[in-house]
Design a protein around this ligand. Structure first.
Ligand code: BTN
Length: 265
């Protein structure tokens, strides 16, 4: 499988040389974090055929059955302060959309902040984790992306069947996880090169793909929730919301999740 992936990554992409394949692993993000702590270089890419403990945002799990999807994490060392990297998940979402379009012809939307969607269903997700030192500098960041490729509806856990989709379901054609993994690696490499220098442009692309804007949403923070309308994004990817009492506030992804009023998106 590793050879199949490498054969589809341009020789111009140096991340080819630090790409690791795992038939099965608990979580590529968990392993990437351990490698980053041990000094693995920026551009170390981990791809798995199966995750037994795939993780999502806010402590959720990410269903990662064998051979059905792409489960990929990459270590970044952007050499900046943590507060300059708040847009990392948004930049990774832009990279993922481009890769999915290249591999399958389908351009997903983005449900703020980290979900790739097709219509009202979830195609994949992004989990970014980072370590910031006592001076505020980022030691390392790990971007993990999971995309459903080959599932039929019945391949998803019952509780996800109404809200999950795959590229097979969207296109009617089997999309090779190896091709998508190669496209994702290249796409993330390109975005990493412009991560700090073209932040504004990346956020503009994210804004265009973000299906949440203009929607009536439910903002959920722990046990509390409030209805509102998603108005815009700030330069760091924070979501500007007008709440039903008329007040406007920026909500950040660390604190809240959102729901559409008529379902998951
Ligand atoms: C989410 O849905 O909230 C994010 C899902 C992120 C899943 C990917 S799969 C590769 C990497 N390893 C993980 O354990 N999680 C991410």
């Amino acid at each position: 499988m590793k050879e199949q992936i490498l054969s589809q990554i341009s020789t111009e992409c140096p991340w080819r040389d630090t790409l690791y394949w795992y038939d099965t692993i608990d979580s590529t993000n968990t392993r990437a974090k351990a490698l980053a702590k041990d000094g693995a270089p920026a551009g170390t890419v981990l791809i798995a055929g199966n995750q037994t403990g795939g993780r999502g945002r806010m402590g959720r799990s990410f269903s990662s059955p064998a051979g059905m999807g792409v489960y990929l994490s990459v270590i970044l060392r952007p050499g900046c302060k943590g507060n300059q990297l708040m847009h990392l998940t948004c930049a990774a979402a832009v990279a993922a959309c481009k890769a999915v379009e290249k591999a399958s012809g389908t351009l997903p939307g983005i449900k703020w902040i980290n979900d790739l969607v097709c219509g009202k269903e979830k195609l994949g997700g992004i989990l970014t984790e980072m370590s910031v030192n006592s001076d505020g500098f980022v030691d390392w960041a790990v971007v993990g992306i999971g995309i459903n490729c080959c599932q039929k509806k019945t391949d998803f856990p019952t509780e996800l069947q109404d809200m999950a989709t795959s590229l097979l379901l969207q296109t009617g054609t089997p999309i090779s996880p190896a091709l998508l993994a190669a496209c994702l690696t290249e796409s993330l490499y390109k975005i990493d090169k412009i991560l700090l220098s073209q932040k504004q442009q990346l956020m503009d692309i994210y804004r265009r793909h973000c299906v949440t804007l203009g929607q009536k949403i439910l903002v959920v923070r722990g046990e509390e929730s409030a209805y509102g309308e998603a108005l815009d994004l700030d330069e760091d990817g924070g979501l500007l919301v007008r709440l039903s009492d008329g007040t406007e506030k920026v909500v950040n992804s660390g604190e809240v999740s959102i729901r559409g009023m008529y379902g998951y998106v």
